[in-house]
Design a protein. Structure first.
Length: 172
């Protein structure tokens, strides 16, 4: 989790977490390596390709060469038709009209593309997966983490579930 931090800072972070400090602090030097801003509004309004492209270098270090393409992108406010992207040639329905009507488009636009990327990480045979905090809001966060870290934090019950990253899955 802290492998990109200078050793003294990584040791300090591990010690603070061991003594009960919240582990998912946003270290600026780890941005775009193991945590990423995911703006639900921007994603839902046609920004999946642009927003997720910043993950490409980090994913490449795990053997996933991310390719993103807009397939069908309705105009903002147009709830006719689905917003669809291709992620490494896999079709991903970002949102459908009924999700827009139910105000779920920001959340689905955040989670569904990340779930497809998790499939790619699994197929690459690597451990990290994408997890979300505050999915579907303007300042959502995606974490690229070892699932055991998240499980240990959840099992500790030191922090509320709303402050523990959730695995991005196809069940939204």
């Amino acid at each position: 989790m802290w492998q990109r931090l200078p050793e003294d800072r990584a040791v300090g972070a591990r010690k603070r977490v061991a003594s009960g400090e919240y582990p998912f602090r946003l270290h600026e030097e780890l941005q775009d390596f193991n945590w990423f801003w995911v703006d639900g509004e921007s994603l839902a309004e046609g920004g999946v390709v642009r927003e997720l492209a910043v993950m490409a270098p980090a994913l490449r270090s795990y053997g996933v060469d991310l390719r993103l393409e807009n397939v069908n992108r309705p105009m903002v406010g147009d709830i006719e038709g689905e917003y669809v992207v291709a992620i490494n040639d896999r079709i991903c329905v970002v949102w459908a009209p009924e999700e827009v009507r139910r105000d779920l488009d920001w959340e689905t636009a955040t989670i569904r593309p990340l779930a497809v990327i998790n499939d790619l990480l699994e197929e690459a045979g690597v451990v990290p997966r994408l997890f979300t905090l505050y999915a579907g809001v303007n300042e959502g966060i995606a974490w690229l983490l070892d699932p055991q870290i998240v499980a240990a934090v959840a099992d500790s019950r030191l922090f509320p579930s709303s402050e523990t990253p959730a695995l991005a899955t196809h069940r939204t």
